[in-house]
Design a protein around this ligand. Structure first.
Ligand SMILES: [Zn+2]
Ligand SMILES: [Zn+2]
Length: 70
């Protein structure tokens, strides 16, 4: 699979991830990600706080945050 955003700009880059919401493949240059800290969700059944990744494509990232697409 190739990067959807690069393809729309006439480039071909291999996708390294897939944003689950819109289904767009994203390459390393286009990928937006942030760490989500789940420390607040630690409880007796899940005593270990964990950090997970949250991946988005540039278009969705621009809508979901105030950042502009690259
Ligand atoms: Zn790309
Ligand atoms: Zn998207």
């Amino acid at each position: 699979m190739n990067c959807y955003d690069c393809r729309s700009r006439g480039r071909t880059n291999a996708a390294i991830g897939l944003y689950h919401s819109c289904g767009a493949g994203v390459c390393a240059d286009c990928l937006r990600w942030e760490a989500h800290d789940h420390a607040k969700h630690a409880n007796p059944g899940n005593a270990t706080p964990r950090t997970t990744r949250y991946l988005t494509c540039p278009a969705c990232d621009a809508v979901l945050t105030t950042r502009q697409p690259a």
